[in-house]
Design a protein around this ligand. Structure first.
Ligand code: DGL
Length: 257
């Protein structure tokens, strides 16, 4: 069989949010080449129909496979919820999806109240509902759609006053209900961390599933003998279906360029 270990990891998201996963992949697997595709031209996915998200996810994956991807990380909760099964059925290479991190949140909560902030698509997906039903017995899950937050990150309006006001509006009902863990159910949201940190009391923890997804990617690469573990300077390529300037500015903002 052909040795594909030197081929790149492919990563896609509806936009720039998946870079929160990219950052963790790079930390954990510093010698792997990675191709990132931001579908910012079609962002947001959150209010699209399941079949639209499946079509876009297949297109994004085909793009990455044509560029040589040996594995694909679906760095988008909404695309994972709508399309991971179809992607695995359509393509031969392994796929890693986002895990809605309600399991660790439910395990660690002391107040027995956890919050989940995500897109409409994610919260309504079967995957999310199944995970919630399986792992949150005895815990109340307070769900909130983060309408508008994806666009704020895409357009780098993170530090604007209106962002803090909107986030406050979404967080207050969870805080009033005594949550002590808030799951970031969308890969764009970790980039709002400075705003969360200003708004949340110290006893409330944010849970970002990206490190766990990076670990799962490593496990899959090892399982399929696809790991590139030779010390070397890796290649990182970034593509967008949207505005290239926004991608470049964002990469500079998160200090990747
Ligand atoms: N980063 C995507 C996610 O994790 C955002 C979805 C959207 O575009 O609405 O769900």
């Amino acid at each position: 069989m052909k040795d594909l270990s030197s081929y790149p990891i492919g990563v896609f998201d509806s936009g720039l949010g998946g870079l929160s996963v990219w950052l963790e992949l790079v930390k954990l697997m510093p010698y792997e080449d990675i191709i990132y595709f931001a579908d910012s031209g079609n962002c947001p996915y959150g209010n699209r129909t399941k079949s639209e998200i499946i079509d876009l996810s297949i297109r994004n994956s085909q793009f990455l496979i044509d560029k040589g991807a040996k594995i694909i990380v679906v760095a988008c909760n909404t695309a994972t919820g709508a399309a991971i099964k179809e992607l695995r059925d359509t393509f031969k290479i392994p796929f890693v999806g986002m895990e809605p991190a309600v399991k660790p949140a439910a395990k660690e909560t002391r107040t027995k109240h956890i919050g989940v902030l995500a897109t409409k698509g994610t919260l309504e997906s079967e995957l999310f509902q199944e995970t919630k039903n399986a792992f949150t017995k005895g815990v109340t899950v307070h769900m909130q759609i983060g309408l508008g937050l994806v666009e704020i990150v895409e357009n780098q309006k993170i530090e604007e006053k209106s962002t803090s006001d909107l986030l406050q509006k979404y967080l207050q009902p969870m805080l009033d209900n005594g949550v002590d863990k808030i799951v970031l159910g969308c890969t764009h949201y970790p980039f709002l961390k400075p705003v969360f940190d200003r708004l949340l009391p110290q006893n409330v923890d944010l849970i970002n599933p990206a490190p766990a997804v990076a670990k799962q990617t490593l496990r899959q690469l090892s399982k399929f003998e696809l790991r590139n573990n030779e010390p070397r300077t890796p290649n990182y390529d970034f593509y967008t279906s949207g505005d290239e300037r926004l991608l470049d500015d964002f990469l500079r903002y998160i200090k990747v360029r």
